[in-house]
Design a protein around this ligand. Structure first.
Ligand SMILES: NC(=O)c1ccc[n+]([C@@H]2O[C@H](COP(=O)([O-])OP(=O)(O)OC[C@H]3O[C@@H](n4cnc5c(N)ncnc54)[C@H](O)[C@@H]3O)[C@@H](O)[C@H]2O)c1
Length: 560
């Protein structure tokens, strides 16, 4: 309640409801702090300030001023309320109650003195505390806190220091990873089989690292700091002194294998080799390596700049030191790594695929795309699964689906719809048509396309009408079941890894606390009951042994 009286109501609304941090200079300009001084002058400046205030008695005047109601007229108050609440609704989609409650208190108590306003604040705060959303968000805080402390291995193994990084492949991922590394002031050696791709990759890296958020443009000072750290080369021998080499070439096991055969003999004895593969088994890629213990997956997500998750994939022969080093490296470049044992789809894609696949099944059952999208968004997903297909690209989704179908044919079928979409050349945003039509290939939002019916209609199995809750169950219950299989197979060390992986990897709604946290709020017995009506759909809705056992014993995923 002090902030609006010190920095003005508009500033306070922005600071409190947005929850973003501001830098020292902005804080001084706002009047939020008295002065900005270098750390070494802090004590002296504080003493001088106290002495000066003691003389001028300004602090007494401030106290009086800050105790009074906020100086704002009714019209301004109404305008601020309307714009701020529309903005908050747009940002939170109504899923997070705290910012709106804070706004209400800020506006409602503007006409009161600071004591009465403080009481209103305390009352509103009590109403938010202990709610399911509050508990879920506290869980997310603990998940990320736990992740920060996790070394990735059970044993006390020291990670090796990574002082320089090599990257093969300067495409979307290679250049994104290189930029992340350079931003942390680590040197990068980069090459690509295609000279044009290498040049394009370097340009993208420099654009990203020199970008100044404040001026929204390239910053010559940043360019001078970072550009010398990028070594674009065509000479393999220049990778000799890299402590870590990440391969991000095309998703083809043969191409990757040939590259490893060529470069492994050139690398230092202690150098770690890692692949950014999205789907190829790490065990398979390591087959011909002389040092499979120094090999692992370091799976960044696209776009690297935005996505906080990295999956560190442990192959059958990967050493603890390699895992610990990959984890420490991912953290050093600002990411949140989760260690996953090798297997189809690793963690995030393995959980995403059943959900995506189910969205296609729903279309074939005659459920409207609009209903599928709005149910997923009502659940809290940042975008619906059908839009996600268009963003990822239907060809990419088709190949990922093949991998999952081959691995788990009992529950992931080959979708005739996906095959038909690819055959029709409707590959998503990049081709201008997918499930939606796009006026501009870069445009985010698509619009419904009547021509889609030509592809969908011949494959329709019926005209099912489902409630929003039923669509949510169809989409998310297979994900929960797949998560129990992942736990049964010990692909991750803790259910919390599943939850953090989905929040950071696909934007699973934080206000649900994570997939398994959400499942715990329902309880295993209830989930088994919810699965009942879908048993005719086959194995993908059958309770797994783990879930059935939990339903009997009342055990929870988060039980210590
Ligand atoms: N794009 C994604 O969303 C994404 C996400 C996570 C992981 N991945 C994985 O990252 C890897 C790279 O994907 P991408 O999307 O950056 O692909 P991309 O096509 O943008 O880039 C691949 C680059 O590798 C180069 N290349 C091919 N063979 C080479 C060789 N022998 N030596 C050096 N360079 C070679 C190509 O010229 C190309 O520039 C793949 O394994 C992919 O599965 C991709």
């Amino acid at each position: 309640m002090r902030a609006p009286r010190i920095v003005g109501l508009g500033n306070a609304v922005e600071l409190i409801t947005g929850g973003e941090s501001i830098d020292g200079r902005t804080a001084v300009l706002m009047g939020l702090v008295s002065d900005l001084v270098p750390g070494e002058r802090l004590d002296a400046a504080a003493v001088a300030l106290v002495r000066s205030e003691a003389k001028t008695k300004e602090y007494l005047a401030d106290r009086q001023r800050w105790h009074k109601p906020v100086d704002i007229d009714e019209t301004e108050l109404g305008f601020l309320g309307a714009t701020a609440s529309a903005y908050i609704q747009g940002q939170t989609k109504g899923h997070y109650p705290a910012p709106l409650a804070a706004l209400e208190v800020l506006l409602g108590s503007a006409g009161l003195d600071a004591d009465a306003a403080g009481e209103a604040e305390a009352e509103a705060f009590a109403g938010l505390f202990g709610t399911p959303i509050n508990r879920a968000l506290i869980n997310v805080f603990f998940l990320s806190d736990r992740n920060k402390k996790d070394t990735g291995v059970a044993a006390a193994v020291k990670p090796r220091e990574i002082k320089s990084v090599g990257i093969f492949g300067a495409g979307i991922m290679g250049s994104g990873i290189a930029a992340a590394v350079v931003k942390r002031e680590l040197p990068v050696t980069l090459s690509d089989a295609a000279p044009a791709a290498l040049a394009g990759g370097v340009q993208k890296i420099l654009e990203e690292v020199s970008y100044n958020k404040q001026t929204k443009g390239s910053d010559p000072r940043r360019m001078l700091t970072f550009a010398p750290l990028v070594n674009a080369t065509t000479v393999d021998a220049e990778y000799k002194n890299c402590d870590l080499v990440i391969e991000a070439v095309v998703e083809n096991p043969k191409v990757k294998g040939e590259l490893y055969q060529r470069i492994e003999p050139l690398l230092g004895d202690q150098t770690i080799l890692a692949s950014n593969t999205s789907a190829i088994s790490i065990g398979r890629l390591a087959e011909k390596l002389k040092r499979p213990d120094r090999f692992c997956g370091i799976h960044f997500f696209n776009p690297v700049r935005k996505m906080p998750l990295v999956e560190v994939i442990r192959g059958p022969k990967t050493s603890n030191e390699t895992v610990a080093t990959a984890v420490a490296f991912a953290k050093a470049v600002g990411k949140s790594p989760i260690v996953v044992n090798d297997g189809p789809g690793f963690l995030v894609n393995r959980l995403l695929l059943p959900y995506m696949n189910e969205a296609l099944e729903l279309i074939l059952d005659g459920v409207e795309i609009k209903a599928i999208e709005s149910a997923a968004k009502a659940f809290g997903m940042p975008m619906g699964p059908i839009t996600l297909y268009d963003v990822v690209g239907l060809d990419t989704a088709y190949y990922a689906g093949q991998v999952m179908h081959e691995a788990f044919p009992d529950r992931i079928g080959e979708s005739p719809l996906l095959a038909a979409m690819v055959k029709a050349g409707r590959l998503g945003q990049k081709t201008g048509t997918g499930f939606f039509a796009y006026k501009d290939k870069k445009e985010g939002r698509g619009s419904p396309d009547p021509a889609l019916a030509d592809v969908v209609k011949p494959l329709l199995r019926g005209q099912t009408r489902l409630s929003e809750q039923q669509v949510i169950e169809r989409l998310f219950l297979p994900m929960v079941l797949e998560a129990t299989r992942i736990l049964e197979e010990q692909k991750v060390r803790d259910p919390r890894d599943v939850d953090l992986g989905l929040i950071y990897g696909i934007g699973f709604p934080p206000f649900k606390g994570g997939l398994l946290f959400w499942a715990d709020t329902l309880g295993a017995a209830k989930i088994v009951e919810m699965l009942q009506p879908y048993q005719s759909l086959g194995k993908r809705y059958q309770p797994t042994p783990m879930l059935a056992e939990m339903a009997k014993s009342g055990q929870m995923f988060y039980a210590e």
